[in-house]
Design a binder for this molecule. Structure first.
Ligand SMILES: *Cc1c(COP(=O)(O)O)cnc(C)c1O
Length: 376
């Protein structure tokens, strides 16, 4: 049996009528840039997420870059973030002129560790950029407490975590509605995927929202009047129309992902560490990531899965602080020990709402075969 990481055709087949209709409606109107569907999608997204403002942009990477700029982060500032993430999280910090500062991660959730954040704070620290990795919310209670104490801005990278929830006090909040800004990606394989690139920023701050709108459109809120230099970073109307159809189903799709996760957990118990969901957290399961007690076992399982046509991926095999791109920052092996251990032990399995029971059991069976092989 062949099992892929994400099968987008199953979802399309389910929604084909509505999506085809939405796309042809945009084409019939030829309103391709900042059309009606963009405005409506932003309203609907903000409402669902519990955020006052939702402003769409061209990608999750642009969402990060523009959120950082609109929050006033730039040259001379330091931004504390995790090295266990996709490079978009950090390249955008450098691109706005700020310095990336890496903190270590938590053993259980693989998210940035608040204790490590505190150790990295200097007079130049301006912001904390937690990533809700794989869809598990970062420890926002402690992160917000640190931010308040040191007067720091929090920008949440929610690229993998749309519809994940976190309990702040007595309130369940969607990620991206807790910090100053939340940034989202509509890359096709994310929880809410477009049919191309797309992104969005949430905020409750009107000034920041207006600045984002200006920046995404060449620094202009009135045609040919420029308040600043900006970008060409708009969400296509066609993408917004597709996203509106999918947005209506997103909560159900996340529940289905949670069901898949439960089935995986049952089938994998005793074979590996399955994902922990901390109390007060609701996981969006963009990825289902398991962990082994050594790199040898992880690599053996990965190889066996690949040989049996079961897709699998390591997110992320080399943490960012050890990459050539960040050599100039001067980190060395041993600086962030939890990250450096976890990168050798994790493995992500096929995960999407429509993954079938047969597929889940097949994946588990192949993992069992590889785990049970005795090494000499
Ligand atoms: C996907 C992703 C991004 C970037 O999103 P794009 O839409 O591909 O630009 C940023 N951060 C994380 C953690 C991601 O997984």
């Amino acid at each position: 049996m062949k099992v892929v990481m994400v099968d987008l055709t199953r979802e399309y087949n389910e929604l084909k009528n509505d999506i085809d209709k939405a796309v042809s409606s945009v084409i019939n109107k030829c309103n391709f840039i900042l059309g009606e569907d963009v405005v409506k999608f932003e309203e609907e997204f903000g409402k669902l997420n519990g955020s006052k403002y939702a402003v769409s942009v061209a990608s999750g990477t642009d969402a990060l870059r523009i959120a950082l700029m609109a929050s006033g982060i730039g040259a001379g500032d330091e931004v504390i973030t995790t090295p266990f993430t996709f490079i978009a999280t950090t390249e955008t910090i450098s691109q706005v002129g700020a310095k990336v500062v890496f903190a270590d991660i938590e053993e259980e959730t693989y998210n940035i560790d608040p204790k490590s954040i505190e150790k990295k704070i200097t007079p130049k620290t301006k912001a904390i950029l937690p990533v809700h990795l794989y869809g598990h919310p970062a420890n926002m209670k402690e992160i917000m407490e640190i931010a308040q104490k040191h007067n720091l801005i929090v920008i949440e990278d929610c690229a993998q975590a749309f519809t994940a929830k976190y309990k702040m006090g007595t309130d369940w909040k969607f990620v991206g509605s807790i910090g100053k800004c939340g940034t989202f990606s509509f890359f096709p394989a994310k929880n809410l995927g477009a049919y191309g690139d797309g992104g969005l920023i949430t905020t409750d701050d009107e000034k920041v929202a207006n600045m984002i709108k200006t920046l995404r459109n060449h620094g202009s809120s009135q045609r040919y009047i420029y308040e600043t230099e900006g970008f060409n970073s708009r969400l296509d109307t066609i993408q917004a129309a597709i996203l509106r159809v999918k947005l209506q189903k997103i909560l159900k799709f996340t529940e289905m992902r949670n069901e898949v996760a439960k089935k995986y957990e049952k089938a994998l118990t005793g074979l590996c560490k399955t994902p922990v969901v901390k109390e007060g957290c609701y996981h969006s399961f963009n990825y289902y990531t398991i962990r082994f007690d050594s790199k040898e076992t992880r690599d053996r399982v990965s190889k066996h899965l690949t040989e049996n046509q079961v897709a699998n991926q390591i997110y992320y095999p080399i943490a960012l602080h050890l990459q050539k791109a960040y050599k100039h920052l001067g980190y060395k092996e041993g600086d962030l020990p939890v990250t450096e251990r976890i990168q050798n032990e994790v493995l992500s399995l096929p995960m999407f709402p429509q993954l079938s029971n047969e597929e889940i059991l097949y994946v588990a069976e192949k993992i069992k075969e590889a785990v049970k092989v005795k090494t000499i």
